[in-house]
Design a protein around this ligand. Structure first.
Ligand code: AKG
Ligand code: FE2
Length: 263
């Protein structure tokens, strides 16, 4: 499957004359926060507007992915373990982290939130939804906790051969941050085959679409949690989005899911 180059948002050099942040190669060993700062977020905003998702290529290095995968077996890190088959969610399992989140997970959630909050506010404006998001994750988390949504929602998923995840939305209460991010921690072709992230669009006015999001190890994809604004003849309306994972044919696939509202 060819990747859609348009949606691959590697940090690009300032030399391109468009005032972007310095190149990723200057920050090869830089922090994840720096890599997130180096992404051109206006390109992300445009991709989200056009298709409801955007790929952030190469956000994590291979050793960082491996360190995250290793957390999966540390049961004390997690508040719950879900066997998907038992709930009709698919086949495979996932675990929700407990607070305090492991530092790399917390760092990613904290650094991504302020980049996405302005885009989230713009979507709410277009969809005529009154709620606005504060500029920091701490402030938003306080709002979630005050509304009774106190459980952390970042999760790790592990799929083996034959496992899959049914189409769903990650909603846990009244407060919903409209974007979530999935990091692929394993390498397709080497660690596993099959197991592709699927995004579907169901729209009351036009035929629904599906996208297969091809990722490499360390790539992240930002996508709409529940719906996205679509331009209609009388302004914007809500197109419903769901995500899932196709069946794994071989190997093991790990992902980290970063959801911003607590549950
Ligand atoms: O494993 C995947 O690619 C999907 C993960 C997921 O459903 C989530 O993070 O909410
Ligand atoms: Fe999900």
């Amino acid at each position: 499957m060819m990747k859609d180059k348009q949606l691959e948002l590697r940090p690009t050099p300032a030399a391109d004359g468009r005032g972007r942040a310095p190149s990723a190669s200057n920050h090869a060993d830089g922090s994840v926060e720096q890599r997130i700062a180096d992404v051109d977020w206006s390109v992300v905003a445009n991709a989200l507007d056009d298709r409801g998702y955007a790929i952030l290529a190469g956000l994590l290095r291979r050793p960082e992915c491996e360190a995250l995968v290793a957390l999966y077996d540390d049961r004390d890190r997690f508040r719950s373990n879900v066997i998907m088959e038992r709930h009709g969610f698919g086949r495979g399992e996932y675990r929700y982290f407990d607070y305090p989140l492991p530092e790399p997970v917390s760092d990613l959630r904290t650094a991504l939130y302020p980049k996405l909050a302005p885009i989230a506010n713009d979507w709410h404006h277009r969809l005529r939804i009154n709620e606005r998001f504060p500029s920091t994750l701490t402030a938003f988390t306080n709002e979630c906790h005050a509304a009774g949504q106190r459980k952390p929602t970042p999760l790790m998923l592990r799929y083996g051969r034959g496992d899959y995840c049914c189409l769903h939305q990650d909603l846990y209460g009244k407060l919903v941050f409209p974007f979530q991010v999935v990091f692929l921690l394993s390498q397709p072709g080497r660690d596993f085959d099959g197991g592709e992230l699927l995004l579907t669009d169901s729209d009351p006015r036009v035929a629904g679409c599906a996208e297969v999001v091809s990722l490499n190890q360390g790539d992240a994809v930002v996508f709409a949690v529940n719906h996205r604004p679509r331009q209609g003849p009388r302004g914007f309306y809500r197109a419903n989005m769901r995500h899932g994972v196709s069946r794994l044919h071989r190997g093991a696939r790990h992902t980290l899911g970063v959801i911003f509202h607590d549950g």
